[in-house]
Design a protein around this ligand. Sequence first.
Ligand SMILES: [Fe+2]
Ligand SMILES: [Fe+2]
Length: 194
Amino acid sequence: MTEHRTVPEMMGESDVVDLLLAQHALIRDLFDEVEQAPADRRAEAFTRLVRLLAVHETAEEEIVHPYARRKLDGGDAVVEDRLEEENQAKQLLMEMDQAGVEAPGFMENLALLRGAVTAHARSEERYEFTQLRAHTSEAERRVLAVGVKAAEAMAPTHPHPGTESAIKNVLVGTPIAMMDRARDVIRQAMGRQP
Ligand SMILES: [Fe+2]
Ligand SMILES: [Fe+2]
């Protein structure tokens, strides 16, 4: 896992469910980092968390949820519940981003966000991913992984020195701007597939 953490864009997983599970673990680690960061490093750690969340949730919305709607028993209901959780977390994330890490209440909001994101991830794993794996072939899950990997390449959690500036140019601005950019990249990557 250490290797994955330093170079997530090179993650070996080619199964979309494995990839998303690994991202859930990375998100948990980044919450730890933001919580534990000294005040002068908190903004930087928070930006990495926002970037990964933007990439992760956008990949799910673009790739996994639409597929789950079609493939799962009661897929629409499962996905609607997940989208509602995602939107709640996104709302809080945007407010926190706008207020900044220095704002009073940031750490309390971070704890709220973490609770919401963790509960949401657990629901995905329990109600969506398990079924998805049961109802899809390995080949299908490999195809779905392409878009997730393309998005993930934009959000290295601990980039190598020298690559950070290029990455910064790709995913900057508000969480909404990051999600828009991630969506473009995912659609391009999925569109290129035969
Ligand atoms: Fe999600
Ligand atoms: Fe997720």
